[in-house]
Design a binder for this molecule. Sequence first.
Ligand code: BG6
Length: 450
Amino acid sequence: MKRIIIQYGGTGDLALKKLYPAYEQLIGKGFEFDILALGRRFEDRAAFVDTIIDKSAAPEFLEHLDYLPYDMADPKATKNLTEKLKSMVVGKESVELIYYLALQPSLYEEAIHQIQEVDSSMDCICTLTKKIVVEKPFGFDLESAVRYNRILETAFEDKEIFRIDHYLGKEFMQNLLIMRFHNDIIRSIWDKDSIESIQIIFDETHGVDQRLGFYEKIGVVRDTIQNHIMQIVTYLTMNEPASLSSEDIAVEKVKVLKAISSVEEFSMGRYESLGANSGHVVDVPTYAALKLYVNTYLFANIPIYVRTGKMQAEAKSLIYVKFKNTTKDVMHDQSIAENAVIINIHPELTIDISVNLKQPNTSWKSKPVRFRFNQAETFGANTPEAYEQILQKILQGDKSLFPTMREITESWRIVTPMLEHDDHTEVYPVRTLPRFANQLADNNNFTWYI
Ligand code: BG6
């Protein structure tokens, strides 16, 4: 079968940093497909490859990488694309077209209309199948997400639509489910009777950099909270699914999302511009901190504290699950530390379980020590990147690592008040934690794990 991935946003940051390296890996592993990059920046393939494709890219990847200058505003755009695709499939009996939209959400509607046009004029003498892949954020808000979906569903069947949240391709996410549901000792303590609170920390050192044009229309809520953070919350708090099939997992995830009541404590900030990005000033929130609850029987009243954003001193992502400490009172020793599970996501994947053991040369004094799992040490450093896992699933037509539309709409519902939040947006100096993040901790009497 001849397979072509039609890469909208083919000269964009996501394509260059994440998608092309992942395509290269997959081609190296023997997957067969061509990539047709669409973009406005270059007149032809030679300029595209010479200017922006990594010089050390594998020859077999370059052989499968093509380029078409494509301006969505040009009335001839779809005709040019159709002709190009027809030329690529001449003589093929079976063809699959995978349209991959890595665009501003505001362009999706037009892009989908154009795809419908291309699709209806392909008339190749072959068996033609198609898929569409839509990057996050899916939509700009609840209303637009529902509208885009309606348009999508007029042109594609559900099994042909892949809505991306690349966090579902991350090893730590899949491991969360295995850790919770393949271990009785973890499963039996993973609820409100044992857990006191959860922190999700997502600090990045980079700013919005080359993505300014994209990010300025998006901001932190649409960029990470509506998708990555909500997905992490579902994996942390969902009930046992009947099986680890995508359908059964999706049922439980939707229950969690429906049980998240409106977020009461929420603040945002944007970093102080250094005059980078040719004098642009980031004018959207780039950092947020919040508290939420998942009101299910399993997790009611357990606060989940989240902080996420850009231009921090250290790149660190982790989940800190703090357990209740009843032994302090029972043993009449206030120095006994709480147990915890710490899932370090970045810079490396480790899972620590912190327990108290005897401190030598003391009389019944304990000290917190950790049992550590280190992904790279145990399994080697060759775990596939998230995008590689995601793209492989798309090629295979397997929808297990993709959020469903119900999850996406519920997530938009949850973040709607955050998008409408018009309180003061703090300006924070780069490399510092915004004041409101510490304020959230003070108000709730907890300390951020880092
Ligand atoms: C993307 C966001 O979805 O995820 C970026 O748009 C963010 O702003 C990125 O930096 C983080 O992903 P990863 O895989 O680097 O943790």
